[in-house]
Design a protein around this ligand. Sequence first.
Ligand SMILES: [Zn+2]
Ligand SMILES: [Zn+2]
Length: 352
Amino acid sequence: MSQRCYCLTAHHQPLELKTGPVPEPKGREVLVRMTGAGVCHSDIHIWEGYYDLGGGKKISLKDRGIQLPITLGHEIAGEVVKAGPDAKGAKIGASVVVYPWIGCGECASCRSGEENICIKARSLGVFTPGGYASYVIVPDAKYCIDIAGLDPAETAPLACSGVTTYSALKKLGPRLKDEPVVVMGAGGLGHMALKVLAAMGGKGAIIVDIDKGKREAALASGALKAIDGSAADAAQQIIAATAGGARMVLDLVGAASTVNLALAAATRGTEIVVVGLYGGEVTVSVPLFPLRPIAIRGSYVGTPADLQELVALAKSRKLEPVKVTRRPLDEANAALMDLKAGKVVGRVVLVP
Ligand SMILES: [Zn+2]
Ligand SMILES: [Zn+2]
């Protein structure tokens, strides 16, 4: 038994294989043997070293406290194989998905159960070693959520794309059950949003995307309607499809153009939840907030409770698994480069 991990040692350089002894869990930590590690688009941002804000502005990941070297991978499924001396509730042998958006445990966000928005985040695969490895140290057994009966590779993506769409859709509240949600973006997250919305008992989604192939794929996956976001009358089409204006918008693109389109198609009481990180800036007339009244809010991944609820939906078979392509851990670098090159359809999950 030894540890093999694929490590980002320099931005824009191939991931490096590092080998060594299997890490030993200390204190409350548990050791998880990786059984599935999803390759996510945000891994490419970490590999590149920045987020593009548009207009020539960038957020450097170094400024956000991300230090190299780092083992990527925040969508982790695994088997609990060992517990530290002070670990509580660790189930050795359990098949689990790991909640990766771990906070400091002490700030107001963490104390209210919103570790995902902790300002001293120590997310796995971002700030601390992640899942592109044979073994992962998890700081506490409470982050290991039992997935008995589920396929680990199919379940790993729930930790990021799954919980991100679930948490964002939850913010739209009970209207979901009776009215369609306008979903901007029919890529990987859009596909996940369709499945999660169905599992939540949602009325359905009107998909907006500029790519014809993606619109057709969304219709095949159960979208109620698909609208070309680049059409000159896109806002009018959304208003017609929602019988008077979009009351709920999930923006998985997060561009100035998509938020402006959402505002153009808005009606009284519209709620816009922005998840995507494409970039850009928008100008909003302030009186619209009280007069319409509209809300624009963001959503970032999800809480530990959100992931537990989502796993329960998967166990109840209400949530259909997403299609995944399995690749051996030793192809971690190739898998990441294929995703960057746009060659990946569906989700790639590394397996041991
Ligand atoms: Zn991710
Ligand atoms: Zn915190």
